[in-house]
Write a protein that binds this ligand. Structure first.
Ligand code: GRF
Length: 188
């Protein structure tokens, strides 16, 4: 059995898609959902999906090895970030080399880096009058949005599109592609 841990800070729609995709798998299991945000929608989704939740605070994440130990004890094969808002500490990156992936709601290397998350990304894309946006799935290193790119998919942006329109198109791409790319990474 290959075991996945999902980190999420927000609504958790991607986490749910991933869990649903692997729900009947005999080879892949979502072992844990971890979050820094006790109010996050992902917590209720995890309960519904009957996936154990680990909640942690900033201090524990950055000043202790507790989270790394939990992942190691659970023998996690792949860490999946799905709307996780904190930078991954270097020690955790080193403990899981090329085993942490993230999805970013734009076509990196454009529109990435600190502060480029959620609606800020789509607002910046529209303000720059881009003709397309999309998703980027990449390995995670200790810098925001800078690891090796694994996969990108694009969607057109029409002149009348608002940031909310772009968000909707990008989210559809995320839900469509993230689970399948995770399966590919597990098999590679
Ligand atoms: C997604 O757009 C993801 O690309 C970004 O955060 C959002 C998470 O959405 N990093 P959700 O919590 O999975 O609904």
């Amino acid at each position: 059995m290959q075991k996945i841990a999902i980190f999420a800070s927000g609504s958790g729609s991607n986490a749910e898609q991933i869990a649903t995709y692997f729900a009947n798998s005999t080879t892949v299991e979502i072992a844990l959902i971890l979050s820094n945000n006790p109010q996050a929608g992902v917590i209720a989704r995890a309960r519904q999906l009957q996936i154990p939740v680990v909640l942690f605070d900033k201090k524990t994440f950055y000043n202790t090895s507790k989270i790394t130990q939990i992942l190691q004890n659970e023998q996690i094969n792949l860490v999946v970030l799905a709307g996780f808002m904190m930078l991954i500490p270097e020690a955790l990156v080193r403990a899981f080399p090329n085993k942490i992936i993230n999805i970013h709601p734009a076509l990196l290397p454009k529109f990435g880096g600190q502060g480029m998350y959620g609606h800020f990304v789509h607002e910046a894309v529209v303000a720059a009058q881009e003709s397309e946006s999309g998703v980027t799935i990449h390995f995670v290193n200790e810098h925001y949005d800078e690891g090796t790119i694994i996969f990108q998919a694009t969607c057109p942006i029409l002149p009348a599109d608002t940031p909310a329109d772009v968000a909707q198109k990008v989210q559809a791409l995320e839900h469509k592609h993230y689970p399948a790319i995770i399966a590919k990474v597990l098999n590679s």
